[in-house]
Design a protein around this ligand. Structure first.
Ligand code: NDP
Length: 412
């Protein structure tokens, strides 16, 4: 039986049988427990409850030779199906390859009202400043990370002291902010100017990763189009996105569909990721797609390049039981590995969207799945959801009104 045809219980049982879940983890899922009030209160403010979203997993990911089931949290129909569908085509062609970057987070200490003498003093004392920053979080050095760069950048009326910090497996926002504030304290003892602020940059420039997939034409064919025709049409559409900002934004939204879903499933900060990704898209001065597609050696070659700003420890990742469960399902042991999986998911969702667009159009698959949420919005429950969805798919009329009419007839 196909995974998408199973019941929720059958899927959980399969994950236990195949070693992705322990029985204890399966119980956590089956208990349908939300987070405790204590945890909610310790994570954010003015709590009155917790908010659930669908939690599923994408199948068939082979990334750098390793098999993954990828947990995803998303309310949008078809994203998990699309990721799995493309991952299978890519698996059949050899899988994803990734080229991880450094794990450097940049931080800024912004000073104003400095004299030239102040700036010279700071530049002369750069090793003292570097050492102060290094000692601000000694456990990072023990883990093989720590301060990797220190630069002085002059702006009109400001001096920026930019620290590059390898945060190892943590996303690092809190760590970096703490290091910056301690370093700023030292700086204020050296010069008379004012510290305007000390904060990490979410640019993600030290965490740009590349993921690649070469897909055999055979894997791309549809009932009415050959694989090579699909491949060439994908290349054309991806090239169009380089010229049209309106298209590039939607191209990238499709990539973020998958990426954000894994961020949510792993307790990562998707706001930080969105900020990093979209600033990167604009790096050349013209908003660009995160991925490129071309034909190489008789295959369709997709390359995704973008910052992936995340952690596998710290923050909400370590606090949320479901985030821990997601990392366990993926058998993630470090943040670079998670970056690679996330980049692969982005590229998979991109391939599915492009393939659908240049062949049957996006709505054929999308609305087939969206019809279930329309059925629920119309008031269907239990077996009615499947039945209303099926009848909507037969009529291809995807409106709430149609869903309500079908439901009324169904109920007699
Ligand atoms: P934490 O403050 O939780 O710091 C990371 C923790 O992980 C540290 O306690 C560290 O221990 C521990 N750790 C254990 N193993 C490792 C390892 N292998 N590598 C690195 N650290 C390890 O989280 P972050 O600093 O990552 O901050 C992330 C949080 O900050 C997110 O929740 C984010 O939403 C939030 N945030 C984001 C901002 C932004 O993006 N602009 C701004 C402010 C906050 P030890 O102390 O012993 O080193």
């Amino acid at each position: 039986m196909k995974i998408y045809e199973m019941t929720n219980e059958e899927r959980i049982r399969l994950l236990v049988q195949t070693g992705y879940l322990t029985t204890k983890q399966a119980e956590l899922l089956q208990s349908r427990r939300t987070i405790s009030l204590d945890l909610a209160n310790s994570l954010s403010e003015n709590q009155i409850g917790s908010f659930s979203l669908p939690y599923g997993f994408a199948t068939d990911f082979v990334v750098d030779g390793q098999d993954y089931l990828v947990p995803m949290v998303i309310e949008e129909p078809s994203v998990i199906a699309a990721a799995s569908n493309a991952a299978k085509r890519i698996k059949n062609s050899g899988g994803f390859r990734t080229f991880p970057s450094s794990r450097v987070v940049y931080g800024q200490i912004v000073l104003e009202n400095l004299t030239e003498t102040d700036i010279e003093t700071l530049e002369k004392k750069n090793s003292e400043i570097f050492e102060c920053a290094q000692q601000a979080h000694p456990s990072l050095i023990k883990r093989g990370g720590g301060i990797v760069s220190l630069r002085f950048n002059r702006y009109d009326g400001f001096l920026e002291i930019e620290l590059g910090i390898d945060t190892v497996d943590a996303m690092g926002a809190n760590m970096v902010n703490s290091i910056l504030e301690k370093t700023a304290h030292k700086i204020s003892s050296l010069v008379s100017g004012d510290i305007l602020c000390s904060i990490l940059s979410n640019s993600g420039q030290g965490q740009v990763i590349t993921a690649e997939a070469a897909i055999d034409f055979e894997q791309l064919k549809t009932k009415s189009m050959s694989g090579s025709e699909v491949a060439f049409r994908i290349v054309k559409l991806a090239n169009f996105a380089k010229q049209s900002v309106k298209r590039a934004v939607t191209h990238n939204k499709g990539i973020m569909n998958g990426i954000d879903a894994v961020y949510l499933a792993t307790g990562n900060d998707f706001r930080a990721q969105e900020a990093a990704a979209h600033s990167f898209a604009f790096e050349s001065g013209q908003y660009q797609p995160f991925s490129e597609w071309r034909i190489k050696d008789g295959q369709l070659l997709g390359t995704l390049k973008m910052p992936i700003e995340l952690g596998s420890v710290g923050g909400a990742i370590s606090a949320l039981p479901m985030a821990q469960l997601s990392l366990a399902i993926m058998k993630i042991t470090n943040s670079k590995q998670l970056q690679s999986v996330v980049a692969a998911v982005g590229l998979a969702n991109n391939l599915s969207a492009l393939r659908a667009l240049v062949t049957t159009g996006i709505q054929a698959g999308h609305m087939g799945l969206q019809s279930k949420s329309l059925a629920v919005s119309a008031g269907a429950s239990g077996f009615e959801i499947e039945e209303v969805s099926k009848r909507m798919n037969q009529t291809k009329n995807y409106t709430i009104e149609n869903a309500k009419n079908i439901l009324m007839k169904l109920r007699g």
